[in-house]
Design a protein. Structure first.
Length: 209
């Protein structure tokens, strides 16, 4: 199997799993609904956000528009770079697979931002409908990203002697995320752990051209 086909398979299955799960959550859960998968530490908890991975966001319509456009430009650049590396036989397939995970995850969240506002109505207090008669809850590039994976593994309180945060409650892991976020995170951390020198060398070579 060629490298290009392997990359296409990775991207396809990440996007397929991501979008199937998101659409299921949108059409079967209201905002804020949750159910336990494994005890109290793996929960499906439905939230939506306007911004970046793990619930971080830019506020306002212009912030959302800027972020969506930035994502699209970033995905185009990553896709171009990925296609360029696939043709190079001196680049390990493992590194290319990591970059494909980052690309697929970015595309998965862009799909939400681009289209979900037009093809779904709101999820607050009722189940969302796909392609509702009255139209969606927003416009092109203003859709909200669907998150649902929640792992509150443990919680407690900071020691009282710590300045500023002493006595406050903490929880690990608090952010709610999705399969696309996971794909991006796995890809980036794998590059850092296993291919950092290779990535740094590629960046230096490209900067000299």
């Amino acid at each position: 199997m060629s490298r290009g086909k392997k990359v296409s398979i990775i991207i396809f299955f990440v996007l397929l799993a991501d979008q199937i799960f998101k659409i299921w959550v949108k059409t079967h859960m209201c905002l804020g609904d949750e159910f336990s998968v494994i005890g109290n530490w793996f929960i499906i908890h439905f939230v939506e956000n306007n911004g970046m991975a793990f619930g971080f966001e830019f506020s306002g319509n212009y912030g959302k528009l800027f972020l969506s456009v930035f994502r699209i430009v970033a995905v185009i650049l990553i896709g171009w770079y990925l296609a360029k590396l696939v043709k190079r036989k001196d680049i390990p397939m493992g590194f290319i697979a990591c970059l494909a995970l980052v690309f697929a995850g970015a595309v998965g969240n862009i799909i939400d931002s681009m289209f979900y506002g037009m093809i779904f109505n709101g999820s607050y207090g009722h189940l969302a409908q796909l392609f509702p008669d009255g139209g969606g809850y927003s416009s092109f590039l203003h859709g909200r990203v669907v998150d649902m994976l929640y792992f509150p593994l443990f919680s407690g309180h900071y020691p009282t002697w710590l300045p500023f945060i002493g006595g406050n409650e903490y929880m690990f892991f608090r952010p709610v995320f999705n399969i696309s976020d996971s794909s991006i995170t796995i890809g980036i951390f794998s590059i850092i752990l296993f291919y950092w020198k290779l990535f740094g060398g590629l960046m230096q070579k490209d900067s000299k051209k």
